[in-house]
Design a binder for this molecule. Structure first.
Ligand code: PEP
Ligand code: MN
Length: 333
């Protein structure tokens, strides 16, 4: 981090700032030019509040040279992180597809969908048991019963399960869940992230509706700082001025996040578009961009789905997407 001082700053003022930085365990390098003085900070500046420093009378501007995320940063961990879930690997040279309904509705539904997505090549089963709905009057999920049904589907198919948590008090219910999802709405629920940081279980962290890449990485850092380094990043579309699609899929998330971080990056084309017919082209784009995986909503009867039917693929449509995905993967390999 560097701080450029305002012209006219006295040596005494500068020394007081230097002392303050040194008290925080940092080494200080002063560069006095003809027109301006720059203070360079050497060491772990992640705890320094850059906005606070910039607000000081004597400071013209502050610039971070190294990012405040350390554990998620590719600079300190050049190799891709590969996360093992059952027999499936996420990250590295693997392309992992997570599929299943938006929400678990019944045993028949989840088992039927699980079998279909497995046959088509998915290696993880998704399904919401605790649903973050915009309206309190909409279906909220089957809660504990939903997790039990996911475990039944896992038993039937062998597919590991991914399901969303909304409240840290529910962690005991997720003991047998293979991957815990943090949804877009909770990406910055820092107390929840800290609790998940204490677990030894992969966390699929979705990008918030209006969050930057750096904010997503800082949220991953919350989980990793607690000791749980098994984080999977997921781009699921962001809010823009465009309202035709449910969200706007930011494909640049793949190369950008993979450049900044060693964590696996997957794309959710279902929530990104909100329309089943757009899932296939966006899934293809994600794979072409180098995504480590996809998360796709599949329902055995989308028109009757209790949640997100419009964006859900039928098992046949999903199988078709999987075939195309495989072809694109071969081309970019
Ligand atoms: C989901 O995956 O079921 C979900 C609610 O997604 P998001 O948090 O991205 O809206
Ligand atoms: Mn959904």
């Amino acid at each position: 981090m560097i701080a450029v001082l305002k012209r006219g700053t006295t040596d005494k003022e500068m020394q007081s700032l230097i002392n303050w930085f040194e008290d925080q365990g940092l080494k200080v390098h002063v560069s006095k030019g003809e027109y301006e003085t720059i203070i360079g900070l050497i060491g772990d500046t992640s705890r320094i509040d850059a906005d606070l420093v910039e607000s000081l009378d004597m400071v013209e501007t502050v610039k971070r040279i190294s990012e405040p995320f350390k554990k998620a940063n590719r600079k300190f961990h050049p190799d891709d992180t590969v996360i093992k879930v059952g027999d499936t690997l996420i990250g590295g040279k693997n392309l992992t597809v997570i599929a299943g309904p938006c929400s678990v509705e019944s045993e028949e539904q989840i088992v039927e969908v699980a079998k279909a997505v497995k046959d088509a090549g998915a290696t993880l089963l998704r399904g919401g048991a605790f649903k973050p709905r915009t309206s309190p009057y909409d279906f909220q999920g089957l809660h504990e019963e939903g997790i039990k049904l996911l475990l039944t589907a896992k038993k039937e198919t062998g597919l590991p399960i991914v399901t969303e948590i909304m409240n840290a008090n529910h962690i005991p219910l997720f003991e047998e869940v293979d991957v815990i999802q943090v949804g877009a709405r909770n990406m910055q629920n820092f107390e929840l992230l800290k609790e998940l940081g204490k677990l030894n279980k992969p966390v699929l962290l979705k990008r918030g509706l209006a969050n930057t890449f750096k904010e997503l990485l800082m949220s991953a850092e919350y989980i990793m700082a607690g000791g749980n380094e098994q984080v999977i990043l997921c781009e699921r579309g962001i809010r823009t001025f465009e309202t035709y699609t449910r969200n706007t899929l930011d494909i640049s998330a793949v190369p950008v996040l993979k450049e900044l971080s060693h964590l696996p990056v997957i794309i959710d084309p279902s929530h990104a578009t909100g329309m089943s017919r757009l899932v296939k082209p966006m899934a293809f784009a994600a794979v072409a961009a180098g995504a480590d995986g996809l998360m796709i909503e599949v329902h055995n009867n989308p028109s009757k789905a209790l949640c997100d039917g419009a964006q859900s693929l039928t098992p046949a449509q999903f199988a078709d997407v999987m075939q195309g995905v495989e072809k694109i993967r071969k081309v970019i390999e």
